[in-house]
Design a protein around this ligand. Structure first.
Ligand code: 13P
Ligand code: ZN
Ligand code: NA
Length: 283
């Protein structure tokens, strides 16, 4: 069965590694990240955005993830990424999601606290993990667009207050990463990660994982980031592999054939990210 991410992430935080959380959009992508986790004997977080929930339906996604969990021996979590509304969270918990993110980072602090508390109440009753965001991660993530000048970093004192008042079990503090591929290098505030990790004991989440150099991922994880979200790089790997097939075989019309290299590309990339996170052999 699918499990909650609460303990999985607490263990990762304690032992200073991270769990890679992969955004998937199709059955092939889901199977690819599962195969990557099986081969590396790593715990796994499969996640979908609200856009994908609406595209495939939460039941199809939850059943596919449950099937993966039942067919393998590794711990698997199904997480709802960047959700801004309460009703979608309820739908996903009913469908079988074992972790949810309430992203109320666009609201003032007090409203973020209130909405997160409300989600905590229903989630805790069903043993579902809750992630919340403080500060604003920049860039484009599905339907959520945050212009660079509107991105803001999480204040460490706010993080302390927020965790205390909401009881939230996982925190995503904005520390300078952005969704999507970076134009230059990401501008990660490592000192801020260290300060926040020092002051709150809940596992921390690194958003905007695509495009961050390996050395910087290592550093962020060593400082207390226990979950690393990867979306854009997987989408690109999947799509480019399909485009490559059609360059050589424009007449190809068997989805099983043109998606096979795409699935393989996602699997390879996911294995690489899992190794970077240091969760190999932790299943
Ligand atoms: P990237 O698209 O930069 O990998 O960000 C992923 C993410 O944070 C999903 O929530
Ligand atoms: Zn994100
Ligand atoms: Na990114």
């Amino acid at each position: 069965p699918l499990i909650s991410s609460t303990e999985m992430l607490q263990t990762a935080r304690r032992d200073q590694y991270a769990i890679a959380a992969f955004n998937v959009h199709t059955l092939e992508m889901l199977q690819a990240v599962v195969e990557a986790a099986v081969e590396t004997e790593s715990p796994l977080i499969i996640q979908t955005t609200v856009g994908t929930v609406n595209h495939l339906g939460p039941d199809y996604i939850a059943h596919a993830a449950k099937t993966a969990a039942d067919l393998t021996d590794i711990p698997i979590v199904l997480h709802l990424d960047h959700c801004t509304d309460f009703s979608t969270i309820i739908r996903c918990i009913r469908a079988g999601y074992t972790s949810v993110m309430i992203d109320a980072s666009m609201y003032p602090f007090e409203e973020n606290v209130n909405l997160t508390r409300k989600v905590m109440e229903v989630a805790q009753a069903s043993g579902v993990n809750v992630e919340a965001e403080l500060g604003k991660v920049g860039g484009v993530e599905d339907d959520i667009v945050v212009e660079e000048q509107h991105a803001s970093l999480a204040d460490p004192e706010d993080c302390v207050q927020f965790v205390e008042r909401t009881g939230v079990t996982t925190l995503a503090p904005a520390i300078g990463t952005a969704h999507g591929i970076y134009k230059g290098q990401p501008n990660i505030d490592f000192e801020r990660i260290e300060t926040i990790a020092d002051r709150v004991s809940v596992p921390l989440v690194l958003h905007g994982g695509s495009g961050i150099p390996a050395e910087q991922i290592h550093r962020a994880v060593a400082l207390g980031m226990s979950k690393v979200n990867i979306a854009t790089e997987l989408r690109i790997a999947f799509s480019e592999a399909i485009k490559d097939v059609f360059v050589i075989h424009p007449e190809e019309n068997d989805p099983r054939k043109y998606m096979a290299p795409a699935k393989e590309a996602v699997k390879r990339l996911a294995m690489e990210k899992i190794r970077l996170c240091g969760s190999t052999g932790k299943a």
